[in-house]
Design a protein around this ligand. Structure first.
Ligand code: IPE
Ligand code: IPE
Ligand code: MG
Length: 253
């Protein structure tokens, strides 16, 4: 856990913000406008997340595989990211939102890299919400790179691997509790594959540009109604083993 956050693990919600393009296409608008509306949804969610009990929010904004999209679309997403960081950093500082960006800096314009560094530095003391933006991110790449370093590590625990996976050793987020994907698809698309090992999954047909506080509330209500087991038996099953007749498990021996 990160020293900036209280000992009890904050609720970690991760979101695959999908559906910008389809939202725009359904309105005969260019995909770039879908991405622009998507940024408004990011603002809404960052604003309401702390009041809904979210302590860590990881948003998937651009994947390494998204470079395969048309050049113009990639350019628009890069621009929007820089614009978001420049326009929101003051507000994040005021509201205690710490911003960190996960992902590879390779291929990212120097101006955007500078905007990332500035946002991270200026918001570093925020304690209300930890906003992690996955940009130019691939979970498999992150795992590969951590695995290469892990070979040299004396500590072979899962915790040690998680530390290596967090690119900057000081910033280790708790595992994901709830993973939301908007836009109707039911896949992970190379997002937080290690960190979401026991995450509850919530898929919604709502397109990201339309996602708002009520949708997040609905996902959290769904999450709070789930029974997380982490491999143990469920609450209802505790004591049920006594009911197994003698000899019934003989084949196990
Ligand atoms: C998600 O929306 C945003 C990014 C991947 C950058 P999409 O652009 O994937 O929207 P759809 O899936 O085409 O509707
Ligand atoms: C995942 O969405 C990446 C982001 C939301 C940034 P995609 O739209 O790129 O995923 P696929 O291609 O449908 O799996
Ligand atoms: Mg998509």
């Amino acid at each position: 856990m990160d020293a900036n956050f209280p000992a009890a693990s904050p609720l970690h919600v991760a979101v695959i913000m999908d559906g910008n393009g389809r939202w725009a296409a359904a309105r005969n608008l260019p995909r770039s406008l879908g991405h622009r509306e998507g940024v408004k949804a990011v603002r809404r969610i960052v604003e309401c997340a702390p009041d809904l009990g979210v302590g860590v929010l990881t948003l998937f904004a651009f994947s390494v595989d998204n470079w395969r999209r048309p050049r113009h679309e990639v350019g628009v997403i890069m621009e929007l990211m820089a614009e978001y960081l420049r326009s929101e950093t003051d507000r994040c500082v005021e509201e205690g939102v710490r911003v960190t960006v996960l992902g590879c800096t390779q291929g990212i314009a120097p101006a955007l890299q500078a905007a990332v560094r500035e946002a991270q530095a200026r918001t570093a003391h925020g304690k209300t919400l930890w906003l992690r933006v996955a940009f130019n991110y691939s979970s498999r790449d992150a795992i590969l790179s951590a695995a290469a370093r892990f070979r040299r590590d004396r500590d072979r625990s899962r915790a040690a691997f998680s530390r290596l996976l967090a690119q900057n050793g000081e910033h280790i987020a708790p595992d994901v509790d709830l993973l939301i994907r908007t836009g109707g698809e039911k896949r992970l698309s190379d997002f937080l594959l290690w960190e979401a090992a026991y995450a509850e999954l919530h898929f919604t047909d709502v397109m990201w540009p339309e996602f708002g506080a009520e949708d997040l509330k609905c996902a959290l209500n769904d999450f709070r109604g789930r029974e997380r087991r982490f491999g143990t038996v469920g609450r209802a099953a505790v004591g049920a083993n006594e009911a197994v007749p003698a000899g019934a498990l003989a084949w196990l021996e």
